[in-house]
Design a protein around this ligand. Structure first.
Ligand SMILES: N[C@@H](CCC(=O)N[C@@H](CS)C(=O)NCC(=O)O)C(=O)O
Length: 260
């Protein structure tokens, strides 16, 4: 069985899970919280990790450890593997470049906004750990959080200026996706593609997409957010591109429920 090492609530990880679930690729998910996920990747890849890029380190998740020994360390590579010879998700160069574009231009900024809000609320990130990983790991994370908080803020460069910049970028991406959707039912025409999957997954942190709506992990509950956080989520959910992302979840995200 393939093993998928995840930062459980992360949107890039959700993109990989969605693709694997959609194409019925069996895998065991090993869900982690921040910091622990990088250690898990370092251990699983014997220190090698993957390739760092503009948005992540060598030890970023998701990582798929395949049962034949191969290791995939990028969500788009995992999506391509899941798709296999079925090319229905990658129909054109336009789809491929949109997948890359959202990976570079949407995912990093929805992540900044999500952490900005999660770390402002006392106890919220610890609650996320409790909702998504084993009790033991959540317990340890809670103990380490007072130290980890500052590192996480520095690693993600969480400042008011970066929050404002992220807000501008996310609105730009939502508006641009909305303009595409004026012409078509999906981002690249009249079929569901990898661009739609990527947009919907990477938009999730600002939509607080729930497991009931199809998200493959637990994000903060909207009720737990303060006014600024709630206004952000309401704005993004009401936006045509936000509505579209939620519709993609309703129509296209087949969850695989695993026992145990
Ligand atoms: N390009 C990567 C980005 C993945 C990424 O940024 N993962 C984050 C979670 S949102 C992570 O694991 N960060 C920890 C790290 O980079 O050390 C992909 O699409 O797989």
């Amino acid at each position: 069985m393939h093993r998928l090492i995840t930062l459980s609530f992360s949107h890039y990880n959700e993109k990989a899970r969605w693709a694997l679930d959609r194409f019925s690729v069996p895998y065991d998910e090993e869900p982690y919280v921040p910091l622990f996920c990088s250690i898990a990747v370092a251990v699983a890849t014997r220190g090698r990790g993957g390739t760092a890029d503009r948005t992540s380190s060598r030890y970023s998740t998701p990582v798929l450890l395949m049962d034949d020994g191969r290791v995939l360390t990028d969500s788009t590579d995992i999506m391509r593997f899941a798709v296999g010879s079925d090319d229905s998700l990658f129909l054109s160069e336009e789809v491929e470049s949109l997948v890359d574009h959202y990976g570079d231009r949407l995912g990093p900024y929805t992540r900044v906004l999500a952490y900005w809000h999660a770390l402002r609320h006392p106890g919220m990130i610890e609650q996320l750990a409790e909702d998504n990983v084993s009790r033991r790991q959540a317990w340890l994370f809670r103990r380490l959080m007072p130290l980890a908080r500052t590192n996480l803020k520095r690693f993600l460069n969480l400042t008011e200026a970066s929050r404002d910049r992220a807000m501008v970028r996310v609105r730009e991406e939502f508006d641009a996706a909305g303009a595409r959707l004026d012409q078509n039912e999906y981002l690249c025409g009249d079929h569901f593609t990898a661009a739609d999957l990527t947009f919907a997954a990477l938009a999730s942190p600002v939509l607080c997409t729930t497991p009931e709506e199809g998200y493959g992990a637990v994000l903060p509950s909207r009720d737990a957010l303060d006014t600024e956080g709630r206004e952000l989520v309401e704005e993004m959910r009401a936006h045509p591109a936000g509505q579209f992302a939620l519709r993609m979840y309703a129509q296209e995200r087949r969850r695989v429920l695993r026992g145990g």
